[in-house]
Design a protein around this ligand. Structure first.
Ligand code: THU
Length: 139
C-alpha cells in the first residue's frame, strides 16, 4: 500500500512529547499504520511501580485493537533521552514484538527512525524468529 513515510516519522517523533517518563526520561513515540490507512499513535507511559509501564508500541496497538482494527502494515518507532540532540535507533522490546506477533504477519514492517530521512526497515519475521504465535494455539 502507498504511504508517506516522512509524515509517519514526523507523527512518531511528535508523539515523544506525550511520553510520561518521570523515571527514565527516555521518550518513545510510535505511529502504527493499519491496512485500511488509519494511523494509531502511541507514547510510553511509566509508573512509580515500574512494571505497569506501557511502551509506545503497545499503546498504539492497544488503541487500534480497542477500536476494532486488527490488520496492520507497519509501525514507525522513534526514541531517545528526552533532551537528546539527535536520536539513535530504538528497537522494540521483546514484549512489544510478541504483541506485534499476535496481530501481524511475517512481512509486517518495523521501521526504526532517527529522523525523517534516516530510518531502517525490518520485517517482524527477522525481528522475532521462532516465535510462539496464534498459529501454535489455533493451527
Ligand atoms: N520503551 C518503549 O516505549 N518502547 C521500546 O521499544 C523500548 C522501551 C520505554 C519503556 C520505558 O518507559 C522507557 O522506554 C525505558 O525503558
Amino acid at each position: 500500500m502507498e504511504y508517506d513515510i516522512k509524515e509517519l516519522i514526523r507523527t512518531a517523533l511528535s508523539m515523544r512529547k506525550m511520553s510520561y517518563t518521570p523515571y527514565s526520561h527516555f521518550n518513545v513515540g510510535a505511529a502504527l499504520l493499519s491496512k485500511d490507512g488509519r494511523v494509531f499513535t502511541g507514547c510510553n507511559i511509566e509508573n512509580a511501580s515500574y512494571t505497569p509501564t506501557n511502551c509506545a508500541e503497545r499503546t498504539a496497538f492497544f488503541k487500534a485493537v480497542s477500536e476494532g482494527v486488527k490488520d496492520f502494515e507497519l509501525i514507525v518507532i522513534t526514541g531517545g533521552k528526552e533532551d537528546a540532540k539527535e536520536l539513535d535507533y530504538c528497537p522494540p522490546c521483546g514484549v512489544c514484538r510478541q504483541v506485534m506477533s499476535e496481530f501481524c504477519d511475517d512481512s509486517f514492517k518495523i521501521i526504526l527512525a532517527k529522523s525523517e530521512t534516516e530510518y531502517k526497515t525490518y520485517s517482524l519475521d527477522e525481528s522475532l524468529p521462532l516465535r510462539f504465535s496464534p498459529k501454535n494455539l489455533l493451527g
